[in-house]
Design a protein around this ligand. Structure first.
Ligand SMILES: [Zn+2]
Length: 172
């Protein structure tokens, strides 16, 4: 086999993609002390759901200021805020999955930090469009590699190739 630049790049890409599956996720419930009864197991893809149309994650309820720990090993790729999510943290974890946390009271990590499952990344709050509601963390898991077989006829069902159900993943 002759290795030209194109082939080398392709092999490199495959190694990188497969490498993402070799790192263990070590999934854990991200709100300290929370159990599976602290979120509604039917809230994923619940509709109608405000501006988003459908709810592309779960809301894990807790007390304001309760510790928020990373649900998996990974690298923090974003910390900041927006009007909908309030204070948010995004972690890139194993299997090329992005873990999105919103409505934090405070953020205790910085972009480009390597973190382990269970490491403190912030606290539970009601920031963004959760203002005045019961404090909770909105948690979404988004795969960068599309799972096209997950697409169904639900509202925005095509987005199910990217948004995974955290309820199922946290129970595994
Ligand atoms: Zn939510």
């Amino acid at each position: 086999m002759v290795l030209n630049k194109k082939k080398i790049s392709l092999i490199f890409l495959v190694v990188i993609i497969l490498g993402g599956f070799l790192i263990p996720e070590n999934m854990t419930i991200p709100v300290k002390g929370a159990r599976s009864s602290d979120w509604n197991n039917k809230s994923f893809w619940y509709e109608p759901w405000g501006k988003s149309g459908v709810h592309k994650g779960i809301d894990i309820f807790g007390k304001k200021g309760q510790e928020l720990n990373s649900s998996c090993n990974g690298i923090v790729i974003y910390t900041g805020s927006n009007s909908l999510g309030g204070n948010i943290v995004i972690v890139l974890g194993p299997k090329w999955r992005f873990h999105y946390y919103a409505h934090l009271e405070s953020i205790s990590t910085t972009a480009l930090s390597f973190i382990s499952s269970g490491d403190l990344i912030g606290t539970v709050g009601d920031s963004g469009n959760a203002k005045g509601k019961q404090p909770h963390i909105h948690y979404s898991i988004i795969t960068a590699l599309p799972y096209v077989w997950r697409i169904d006829s639900a509202s925005q069902g095509w987005k199910k190739m990217f948004y995974l159900n955290p309820d199922i993943i946290l129970r595994d």
